[in-house]
Design a protein around this ligand. Sequence first.
Ligand SMILES: [Zn+2]
Length: 584
Amino acid sequence: MAEAGSTAERVKQQADIVRVVGEYVRLKKTGKDFSGLCPFHQEKTPSFTVSPIKQIFYCFGCGKGGDIFNFVMEMERCDFPDALRLVAEKCGISIPKPKPSSPAERTQSSVRATLVEMHREAQTFFVNQLQGTAEGKLARAYLEDRGMDKATIDRFGIGYAPSGGDLLLRHLKGKYAEKLLGESGLVSREQNGSRLFDRFRRRITFPIANEGGKIVAFGCRALGDDQPKYLNSPETPIYSKSNLLYHLDRAKEALRRSDFAVLVEGYMDAIAVARAGVSNVVASCGTSLAEPQIKLLGRFTKRVIVNYDPDTAGQAATERSIAILLEQDFEVRVLALPGKADPDKFIREQGADAYIKLIKESPPYVDYLIARARHMDMTTAEGKLRAVNFLLPYVQKIPNRILRSEWATRIAQQLRLDEPVLRAALSKAAAERRSEVKTQPELVGRAAKPVERQLIRMLSEGEGFRRELSEQLQQGQLYHGLETEKIFAALIVASLSGQALQTTEIAAALEDRDRRLFYEILLEETSEPTWDEAQSCVDALRHRQAERQLADVQRSIEASPAGPELRDLLQRKQDLMRRLAAAR
Ligand SMILES: [Zn+2]
């Protein structure tokens, strides 16, 4: 992001991170750094740290960290260019206007702007149709039947697309070129391509807004028995189904406050849940949740209660969603409403309080899955195997080993399985994806040895000798096999590239555990690094490498190999022991 010499880099250097962060968090000076209560998680004692010298922030509690732009992006929920502008503004740094875009980009963005405008007009049109026409009256009666009063209709911008077939088209035609009308998804073209007509006819319309609150599509429900029951806008230059969550634009604040989301299938459900007072609800608008949607949601919260329809399709969608949410490190609970009801139906019949109570009690996803597994035939060995195989992939995805083990016990008890056998199957499954298994940072604690920590710090801060140090470490492969290997690798690659080192960018590319460790190392209080100190650290790593090799050789010797091989090994052992003795 902040490339050397770029505007961003200049703003970053000039901006006062303490002052900017201080606008959001009450900071107190502690030594060289500042600390305060973390704005990203609930805490009573401050673990949030800002370092004006290193120009970074980091929370020892939740692990969030980065530079001034990351902070502003996170707090304001904005993208990088906006964060850059905001920081520059706050600190009185002048920046050039965004450089003019290419003609093609300009055309694209003007197409998008026009499509958004067209949707705004369509929205007004649909609302007027619902409120002011005879046909609209019928639609209102239908909505009332479903318990939607005037306030709800207004709040969610519900409208009506008349049956005429070209009323909206005629309304828009004078103002917009036919080509653009075709691209909007609001009108369709006849099979033979000759004539345009309204895509939505005799349907209740629900405006679908993007994250910024702009209407970019419509979801429409048939008023009568017309098929399909639900018809939505197609993908257009302004609308991509997998990149949007319905109601997110209105849920942001509530998501942040409650730090969890209720995920439902359709807009009718989302409206019902929001009306019940649970405003932190979003809908995936379709039965399958896509990865971009999860990433989008992840910017607001990492905790989700999945409340899909309990029918077969809904169950399958729930299970798919669980898997993909777990992969993105979400904490997942599942609410399966009793009586096979969808949220809309349940709330209409049982009331908001009953729903909220169930939300609060919704079980972790593993309980939900166990309940599902219990419906399989558990009287035969094959049936049990099927149940275990159904559960295994999910249990594997639990990042925390202790938690995984607890679930194994629970599954064994609930399904009356032999626990050791189940555990063996689990650990085998877990081993097969060992590289992905993550451990909670608090369990690992201060993992890296002091020498590794010192070297990492020197690579990050030793402007004068970073390159030589990187070469030494690289040539001797001295960091291979260390707990901190990935951090070293990233720092060495960056140092050898010859470009200015951006610690926050290196951090951003690391996995969670490494990233936290890296920030913690960066924030340790130390003196200026020196070349001598660096050399003694490198020597220490060489020593450790020789020790590791010696241990390997010893193991090979103990496996009693054939004569010639044994001779080589003994020779190698001698060399290594001499090297180690000389180093003492
Ligand atoms: Zn925190």
